[in-house]
Design a protein around this ligand. Sequence first.
Ligand code: SAM
Ligand code: DTB
Ligand code: SF4
Length: 329
Amino acid sequence: MTATVAPHEPLTTAPPSTPRKRWSVAEVDALFALPFNDLIFRAQQVHRAHFDANAVQRSTLLSIKTGGCSEDCGYCSQSARYDTGLEKETLLPLGEVLDNARAAKAKGATRFCMGAAWRGPKEKDLAPVLDMVREVKAMGLETCVTLGMLKDGQAEQLKDAGLDYYNHNIDTAPEFYGQIITSHTLQDRLDTLDKVRKAGINVCCGGILGLGETRKSRAAFIAELANMDPPPDSVPINNLVQIEGTPLGNAEAIDPFDFIRVVAAARITMPESYVRLSAGRQELGDGFQALAFLAGANSIFYGERLLTTDNPDADADDRLFARLGLKSA
Ligand code: SAM
Ligand code: DTB
Ligand code: SF4
């Protein structure tokens, strides 16, 4: 006699997993409509349920290949299409990268992020970057690179070299993307993110505010990130650094309270992700940075330079951390 299994009988004893909440654009927009204090309170509650509220992770950035990029991202100093006065450089030698990584570690950074102004790496470009990843990892730092779009197999090579994070931003709302960038599509970016995730590398993905986007577009941008399955491990929120010579060189700056609202919405919708207060921190000043930490930001770029623009000095950040009682994550 053959045993029969009832069709409804569960195949395993594991409890059914609860599906993750999907965020509609309207729901994120409703967060933006809350009174500021109510929104910050909600963000703090979520933050404290998932993280040490006084710990902030620090990553140091280095531009390993500056300028001359083929892409037309309307905010970027490194696009070859705009005259921003930036000199195109070749890939930095390994020794110089390692000197920078060593200094970043000595200063207290726990992750070292290497950025290249490429549409994506060619095979010959990737080999020296793999050496950088291997050697930086061997120093006891977490590794991150941002190299543009990846071809099949490249993410696996990076993973094998010891890469912990790949940064690749969706930058803005799906419906607004084509007004900022035309040389590649949002789908191209999503395809690379998929390759990164499948290779077992942590995803760092966020975007920029202050591009002239509407409040609704900000909501759509956050919903797009939050509905990724899983959401990015790290979510950089950049405040546009206006670069003379780019199409967005004269863009109207975002109201800093609205910037903080987006940080809070990122925290509420992506409770387990690190939310990074990224470019434009200098311009925010100490008070708004403190508000961003209160709203759930728990990561920063640390060190006097971003890629091509200035960031607060590490010593100034140390003083701010001391004044706020913040510690390293
Ligand atoms: N080429 C690679 C790419 O596009 O992914 C890596 C470098 S690119 C400069 C990384 C990110 O920096 C962009 O996606 C954007 O979010 C941010 N970024 C670039 N220029 C910026 C600016 N002027 N202000 C704020 N963020 C900026
Ligand atoms: C991210 O989201 N912000 C960083 C990092 N990822 C690579 C870059 C910010 C660049 C700011 C403008 C500049 O310095 O060129
Ligand atoms: Fe190139 Fe990246 Fe700048 Fe776009 S954001 S122009 S892809 S370096």
